[in-house]
Design a protein around this ligand. Structure first.
Ligand SMILES: NC(=O)c1ccc[n+]([C@@H]2O[C@H](COP(=O)([O-])OP(=O)(O)OC[C@H]3O[C@@H](n4cnc5c(N)ncnc54)[C@H](OP(=O)(O)O)[C@@H]3O)[C@@H](O)[C@H]2O)c1
Length: 220
């Protein structure tokens, strides 16, 4: 995704616990030990709000699916981690980003999951928090109706590796959709990227508060 946005001419700032995954004069990397920490969000907000670009986009992709197992067996620590990374981190960062975005105009895309719309067995905290994240997009969009900022959620669907990992869960769930549609229901990376590009383009300023999946007629 980073490479695609750089190719499109954007200035990109990536935030992660690890080292930068790419080197490019238009890429800046901020390392943080704890993605949900307020000081990091403040630093990120100041960094982006000082950028000279007339328009900005924020994509919240970090997520955890910590706590895999029967939903009534999972620990408070597993639930807390899911809430903190999958939901609260986005809210903390947005608190620092939105002042600048409201002034310049911009787009927020929260990376949700098909798990937000349908229960994936043994991934309870992940699904619950992704559902909250999707609804968060609607809440922000409603309150920002008068601002030049859009907020949407994209429901990414399983890619091959994760699909294989969770095949057992899917069989348990009797997911007719994937069984009937085969691989055709899974968008490839390029199709998902096209959706992100569309939602973060100024031309999409009339699209806000939506949960969207990149499917070919197979949306949940
Ligand atoms: N892959 C799929 O099939 C699929 C399906 C549905 C939705 N999604 C969504 O798509 C997004 C990307 O998924 P992915 O498969 O690319 O996941 P991934 O490779 O596991 O990436 C998740 C990212 O979140 C970061 N992260 C996790 N816990 C963190 C923490 N405590 N503090 C800071 N950073 C943390 C990880 O950082 P580190 O690199 O430092 O570990 C990693 O960069 C996620 O929002 C995911 O829910 C993916």
């Amino acid at each position: 995704m980073t490479q695609r946005y750089l190719d499109d001419g954007w200035q990109v700032t990536g935030v992660s616990r690890g080292a930068a995954a790419c080197v490019n004069p238009r890429y800046t990397h901020l390392r943080c030990p704890d993605f949900s920490a307020a000081p990091l969000s403040k630093r990120l907000g100041a960094h982006l709000n000082n950028a000279r670009s007339p328009y900005g986009a924020f994509i919240h992709a970090a997520a955890t699916d910590a706590g895999v197992g029967p939903i009534d067996s999972l620990t408070d620590a597993a639930w807390d981690l899911n809430w903190s990374i999958n939901v609260r981190a986005a809210a903390t960062i947005l608190r620092h980003l939105l002042p600048g975005m409201k002034a310049k105009g911009g787009a927020v895309v929260l990376v949700s999951s098909q798990g937000a719309e349908m229960p994936l067995r043994y991934l309870g905290p992940y699904c619950v928090t992704k559902a909250a994240l999707s609804h968060m997009a609607r809440c922000y969009a409603a309150e920002l109706r008068a601002a030049p900022v859009t907020v949407n959620a994209v429901g990414v669907t399983f890619e091959g590796g994760v699909n294989a990992k969770h095949r057992r869960h899917k069989v348990d769930l009797n997911l007719r959709r994937s069984a009937a549609a085969g691989t055709a229901s899974y968008p490839d990376v390029a199709e998902n990227l096209a959706l992100f590009e569309m939602l973060t383009s100024p031309e999409a300023r009339h699209i806000s508060g939506q949960y969207i999946e990149a499917h070919r007629g197979q949306a949940t």
